[in-house]
Design a binder for this molecule. Structure first.
Ligand code: HEC
Ligand code: HEC
Length: 187
């Protein structure tokens, strides 16, 4: 078990199931990794503050169903009911998106990313400023290492909850993917 997974298991036990009175109490558990002020404690943990509500809910649901697998998150949502997941999605979506201050991409990477976008049309779904909409997540300013990790996992099929994103990532070269991550993180 990785350190984070142990931490995850520890947190799970502290989720006050029977006594959860407010969504704030449940959400406090999330801050241990997703950050007190929305800045994740590790580079491969995604920002969830200010993320699209519909997207957040679908991820929690998919993690619970097993359509998306992650040692840590799957354990956290295992016993969560639908209402709690919906309430958490709405709670975090209403928070302001935090600025991580990641550097802007080099001109070379920006050019590569823009070319990839014009052929694949990422911004057709994720919108012009990569701000997301509905169940298509915001990508602008997302944690760089997480972006790389999750795009790679779509490509390998390890993240299997969206076949559309998997085909798109399979059609994107690894060097384009790296440029896209730099571009989106610094957007
Ligand atoms: C022990 C650390 C930890 C805790 C506690 C934790 N998370 Fe996570 N969370 C992660 C990691 C790591 C990922 C990335 C999973 C992956 O790579 O697929 C993640 C991913 C997510 C995602 C997917 C976001 C995206 O952009 O796809 C959501 C939603 C989420 N967590 C919500 C929550 C909520 C709500 C809580 C509290 C009930 C919580 N997390 C508690 C570590 C944690
Ligand atoms: C046809 C619409 C569509 C297109 C085109 C598209 N995406 Fe997506 N993307 C989605 C949807 C919907 C999701 C959410 C999948 C899920 O529910 O797990 C997603 C998820 C993602 C995620 C995961 C974000 C997170 O927080 O975990 C990344 C990264 C991403 N897309 C990057 C891209 C890039 C880069 C491109 C262009 C090369 C692209 N997408 C093109 C619809 C699209």
């Amino acid at each position: 078990m990785t350190f984070l997974a142990c931490l995850g298991a520890m947190f799970v036990q502290t989720i006050p199931h029977a006594f959860a009175e407010t969504i704030e109490e449940t959400a406090a558990v999330c801050s241990g990794c997703h950050g007190e002020k929305g800045i994740p404690t590790e580079k491969n943990i995604p920002i969830i503050w200010g993320q699209m509500e519909g997207y957040l809910y679908l991820q929690l649901r998919d993690l619970k169903k097993g359509a998306r697998k992650n040692e840590i998150m799957s354990a956290i949502v295992a016993d969560m009911d639908r209402d709690t997941m919906a309430a958490l999605a709405s709670y975090f979506a209403a928070k302001p998106w935090p600025a991580l201050g990641q550097p802007s991409a080099s001109d070379k990477d920006a050019g590569t990313a823009q070319t990839a976008n014009s052929s694949v049309g990422c911004s057709g779904c994720h919108l012009d400023q990569y701000q997301g909409t509905g169940t298509a997540p915001r990508l602008a300013g997302q944690n760089h290492d997480y972006l790389i990790k999750t795009m790679t996992e779509f490509r390998t099929g390890e993240r299997g909850n969206n076949p559309g994103m998997t085909s798109l990532m399979k059609a994107t070269s690894e060097s384009d993917l790296a440029a896209l991550a730099n571009y989106l993180a610094g957007f």
